[in-house]
Design a protein around this ligand. Structure first.
Ligand SMILES: NC(=O)c1ccc[n+]([C@@H]2O[C@H](COP(=O)([O-])OP(=O)(O)OC[C@H]3O[C@@H](n4cnc5c(N)ncnc54)[C@H](OP(=O)(O)O)[C@@H]3O)[C@@H](O)[C@H]2O)c1
Length: 320
């Protein structure tokens, strides 16, 4: 086989204009070199998050995301260290690592300050690790925003989604009774994870009154779709409602809005270990080759992924 020219040996996902998944392209470039204090990571898996498509679509964002064109894409990744810049101590070539690097993750290679990396614990697969940065930190931070104790009855909206499925399991680990909204196709999964499933849509308010006649103590909203207004109508105190998705409700009511920005590497390490130990599950909805990035985002934008969508940089597809 003819070797690839060195200046095109690495692929990355880019967008040069705002729009739908069709704006995403694969660009070939030279493998980046780590500067002093940085490491080169050979990316194995890169997670897909709704925030990515909000960014490449050019939607006005509530968070201070800087966007300029052309741009790389993606935030979450896992892989192995392939190169060390000068004066990097404590890291070895070949170590499996994961983390987040906004606008750079969906690529064969990236360079990063290793202080931002977390080692992949034994028992965590590279697709799981590559999908964990945003959802893991967000779930840990949003659960920590409420002091959940045994006896609490918690409603998690979007309990089968990337953030929701971790959020719901973390609440159950605190000893709470957890009710989770999802489509009927995800009810068996939620039940197996110890979460009581309820269908969203018409009838949810009545179903909640029946399921929790003494009331719901806490609501962790991961999807919006009126969850906050419903929670307030059911008598949940505003300070026991946290929404990571409904900025309009956050502007109208004194609810909480604690999300991923409130957690870092320490929290990421903690949730990674729980998944590695089998104490918490992170279902992988689908793994797509990097070239099929548009299909991966079409799936994400459908709003019905179960757990996480992941891109794989290996031509053979899924990696373990
Ligand atoms: N502020 C932050 O720090 C932060 C961090 C991460 C994410 N977010 C935001 O949080 C939201 C969720 O992120 P994610 O990664 O968890 O998304 P996701 O994985 O794409 O969520 C998909 C899930 O949403 C469920 N769903 C769709 N419509 C629903 C409805 N009307 N009611 C209840 N569930 C519904 C689906 O369930 P079915 O398939 O069963 O229908 C599916 O399992 C996004 O808006 C994202 O941008 C914010």
């Amino acid at each position: 086989m003819t070797p690839e020219p060195a200046d095109t040996a690495s692929r990355r996902v880019v967008f040069r204009r705002f729009g739908g998944p069709e704006v995403l392209e694969i660009e070939r470039r030279a493998i980046p070199l780590p500067a002093p204090g940085e490491v080169l990571v050979r990316v194995a898996a890169a997670g897909v998050n709704p925030v990515d498509w909000k960014l490449f679509s050019g939607q006005p964002m509530h968070d201070p995301y800087e966007r300029s064109l052309p741009s790389g894409n993606g935030y979450d990744f896992s892989g192995t260290i392939e190169g060390l810049g000068d004066s990097v101590d404590g890291w070895r070539i070949g170590e499996a690592v994961f983390g987040g690097l906004r606008y750079h993750a969906q690529a064969d290679h990236l360079v990063i300050d290793p202080a931002r990396l977390v080692r992949v614990p034994v028992g965590l697969s590279l697709p799981e690790a590559g999908a964990l940065n945003v959802t893991g930190r967000t779930a840990v931070a949003s659960v920590a925003s409420q002091r959940i104790i045994p006896g609490d009855v918690v409603l998690v909206s979007g309990a089968a989604g990337g953030v929701g499925i971790l959020t719901a399991q973390l609440c159950a680990r605190q000893g709470a009774r957890v009710l989770g909204t999802a489509g009927p196709g995800n009810h068996a999964l939620l039940r197996r994870l110890g979460i009581e499933p309820l269908s969203y849509g018409d009838g949810l308010a009545d179903a909640l009154r029946i399921a929790a006649p003494d009331g719901i103590t806490t609501v962790l909203d991961t999807v919006g779709h009126g969850t906050v207004d419903l929670a307030l109508a059911l008598g949940v105190p505003a300070d026991r409602i946290n929404s990571i998705a409904d900025y309009d409700a956050r502007a109208r009511h004194p609810i909480r809005g604690v999300g991923g920005a409130s957690a870092g590497a320490c929290e990421l390490r903690g949730i990674a270990q729980l998944i590695a130990d089998g104490a918490v599950e992170l279902p992988i909805d689908s793994v797509h080759p990097l070239e099929d990035v548009r299909e991966a985002y079409t799936r994400s934008m459908s709003g019905h992924a179960t757990g996480k969508i992941v891109l794989s940089t290996t031509p053979a597809g899924p990696i373990s």
